[in-house]
Write a protein that binds this ligand. Structure first.
Ligand code: SAH
Length: 362
């Protein structure tokens, strides 16, 4: 039997081609997008505006399959985390963070991660594979279903951040397709500003991204100089800070209202001194930038600890005095291992320390 294609990760134009290949009209793509993503349907038989015969063909040739929910946890602060199985050996995590006036879904882009940022627990899992577009957008599909509707008519999930497991820019095509669906009016219709891609700084891919997408950009900087960043984010040896900042500047250059968010994990005695804050401020200089300070979330054997609150406050004050909008991220969901850098999933066949993966993808 022919393998059925999964329609969940297909963009509008891919679906149009699919229907044309079945001898059908292109506009079917619009109908099916709405059924899948707006109504959260995975069963062709309920698609009432699609004729019986076409529904039968779809049943034979296609499917709508999200990842499978293995575990679900709710934190004391309302944060929710799901462990999702993507194949027999691999599962990834997704997190929902409710806040006053908004709800943010944090999705994974890879099973594991090939970058070896020294403080991140996902890195210790090693890398197994890229997630498909269906597995990425399927997280939003599942979360929407699980979280239901806002009784006041607002959006329960108002923002999506690609800040879960993996380096999104090393899974370029699938991530771009998934983000296209997130922002597609016939699917989730999120504004491009409310979809944020976070990267450790894969410069050539960031330059390519500029050509095809205009989602918000977050960059995991974590250090004000190359020497320290080489140690914390080894990818920096390949794409040093100056090149990365150039690519960031170009990324936002088309839109004068845009800024890049720089993530900076606060590691006690490593990158948290006032001198380093001053260096960071001068580094960001004229760039439209916001800084997001992330208290380090400890895990056993990490070798790091979080900067004390006073050190974080001092660091933030130095940046603010120099006119840089600085926000200290509140740690959410740490009681269920859902905070930044705590996402681990389960990864089979780790291809640890494999620079090949990075070389091939760039
Ligand atoms: N690879 C992408 C996407 C992951 S985003 C990137 O690097 O941006 C996850 C964010 O959490 C990154 O900024 C990462 O550096 C940060 N992080 C990783 N481990 C952490 C930890 N233990 N505590 C706090 N933040 C951490």
């Amino acid at each position: 039997m022919q393998e059925r294609v999964n329609l969940l990760g297909m963009t509008r134009s891919e679906l149009e081609d699919f229907f044309v290949s079945l001898g059908e009209k292109r506009f079917r793509a619009q109908q099916i997008l709405k059924w899948i993503h707006q109504f959260g349907v995975d069963d062709f038989s309920v698609m009432s505006n699609i004729g019986k015969q076409l529904r039968a063909t779809l049943q034979q040739r296609a499917r709508i399959t999200p990842p499978r929910v293995l575990e679900e946890h709710t934190s004391g602060d309302g944060t929710r985390k799901w462990l999702l199985q993507v194949d027999e050996g691999n599962s990834v995590e997704m997190v929902f963070i409710p806040e006053e006036g908004r709800g943010t879904l944090c999705v994974s882009s890879q099973a594991g991660c090939a970058l070896e940022c020294s403080f991140c627990s996902t890195a210790r899992q090693g890398f197994n594979r890229n997630l498909s577009a269906a597995e990425i957008v399927g997280q939003l599909w599942l979360a929407r279903r699980a979280l239901g509707c806002d009784p006041r008519g607002g959006r329960v999930i108002s923002n999506v951040v690609l800040m879960g497991m993996g380096e999104p820019l090393l899974n370029f095509d699938n991530v771009v397709a998934a983000m296209e669906l997130m922002t597609e009016d016939l699917a989730y219709g999120l504004s491009r500003r409310r979809v944020t891609l976070s990267t450790a700084g894969v410069v050539p891919a960031l330059r390519r991204l500029r050509e095809v997408s205009s989602v918000s950009l977050a960059v995991s900087l974590h250090a004000p100089d190359d020497e320290l960043r080489n140690r914390l984010v080894p990818l920096n040896r390949k794409y040093p800070i100056a090149e990365l900042l150039d690519a960031c500047r170009d990324y936002i250059s088309r839109d004068s209202k845009r800024a890049v968010t720089f993530e900076y994990v606060m590691l006690r005695g490593v990158n948290d001194s006032p001198g380093q804050a001053r260096r960071l401020a001068s580094l960001l200089g004229d760039l439209p930038a916001k800084v997001n300070l992330i208290p380090f979330n400890p895990y056993p054997g990490s070798g790091y600890s979080s900067s004390p609150p006073q050190a974080i406050e001092r660091f933030a004050a130095v940046l603010q005095e120099r006119g840089i909008v600085t926000i200290t991220r509140r740690t959410r969901g740490s009681d269920i291992g859902a905070a930044c850098g705590q996402l681990v999933g389960r990864i089979r066949d780790r291809t640890r320390r494999n620079p090949q993966i990075i070389r091939e993808a760039c």
